[in-house]
Write a protein that binds this ligand. Structure first.
Ligand code: ZN
Length: 231
C-alpha cells in the first residue's frame, strides 16, 4: 500500500485518541470556524499548517490557482463554499492565499504549458486580469519573477471577485467581514500580506499591525445627507 494512504491507521489508533475530546465537542456542537481560507491546491501550501489551525478552526477551499470566480460567471464549488461560510457559518475573515512557484500561475504566464489540459485553461480565464496587469505594469519581468508577480496580482484579482458575491458584499457593508490577501513563500516559509492602503504586499512581523486588504468597517456608498443637500 502507498505509505501515505496507510497513515490513516496511525490517525485512528494514535492521533485521534489524543484529540477525541475536541472531536466529540465539535461533533456535538457543530463547527464555528474562525476564518475562511481560499488557497491553491498545491501540496506544499497547507493552510492548517500555516495558521497552526486545529480541527474546527478553519474553513478551507482549495483549487488550482486559489481562484474565486466572479459571482454569476460560474455556479460551482467555490461560490457555494464562500456563500456557506459567510451565510451559514458567519465567518468574518476571508483569506485568499497565493504562493511562490505556483504551477497555475506558470501556466497563466506560459499558455503553451496548457496543451492537453482544456479544463485548466478554461479555469485560468478567471485569472486573465492578473496576466494583463503583469504585462502592463511589469513589462521587463521574465521567468520566475513574472510568475511571482502574477501570483501576487492574482490574489488582488480574486479578492475583487470575492466582493462580487452578494453574501460577501452584504457582510462587508455591515462591517462584519475583513478581507486578507496573502502570499506564502515556500522557500522562506514566510507570509506576505496585502496592505489595502498602499496596495502592496508586506511581510508579516510579530509585534507590528497585520496588513489587511480590507479592514472590517461599516460602509454605505449612498450619502443620505449629501444627497439631500444636492437635491
Ligand atoms: Zn499554486
Amino acid at each position: 500500500m502507498n505509505e501515505l494512504i496507510g497513515r490513516v491507521f496511525d490517525f485512528q489508533s494514535r492521533v485521534f485518541p489524543d484529540q477525541s475530546a475536541l472531536y466529540a465537542q465539535l461533533a456535538q456542537h457543530g463547527q464555528s470556524p474562525k476564518a475562511l481560507m481560499i488557497s491553491c491546491a498545491d501540496s506544499r501550501v497547507v493552510p492548517e499548517d500555516i495558521l497552526q489551525a486545529a480541527p474546527g478552526d478553519l474553513f478551507v477551499c482549495r483549487n488550482a490557482g486559489n481562484i474565486v470566480p466572479a459571482f454569476a460567471t460560474q455556479n460551482g464549488g467555490v461560490s457555494s463554499t464562500v456563500e456557506y461560510a459567510v451565510a451559514a457559518l458567519g465567518v468574518r475573515d476571508i483569506i485568499v492565499c497565493g504562493h511562490s512557484d505556483c504551477g497555475a500561475m506558470k501556466a497563466l504566464m506560459n499558455p503553451s504549458m496548457l496543451t492537453g489540459m482544456p479544463n485548466v485553461a478554461a479555469w485560468l480565464r478567471h485569472s486573465h486580469a492578473a496576466q494583463c496587469v503583469v504585462d502592463a505594469s511589469y513589462p521587463d519581468l521574465e521567468g520566475a519573477d513574472a510568475v511571482r508577480a502574477a501570483a501576487q496580482e492574482n490574489v488582488v484579482v480574486q479578492l475583487s471577485h470575492l466582493r462580487t458575491h452578494p453574501s460577501v458584499a452584504a457582510g462587508i457593508a455591515r462591517g462584519e467581514i475583513a478581507l486578507h490577501g496573502w502570499f506564502f513563500d515556500i522557500q522562506q516559509g514566510c507570509v506576505l500580506a496585502l496592505d489595502g492602503e498602499s496596495g502592496r504586499f508586506m511581510p508579516i512581523r510579530e509585534g507590528s499591525p497585520m496588513p489587511v486588504a480590507l479592514a472590517a468597517g461599516r460602509r454605505r456608498a449612498f450619502d443620505l445627507q449629501g444627497d439631500e443637500v444636492a437635491a
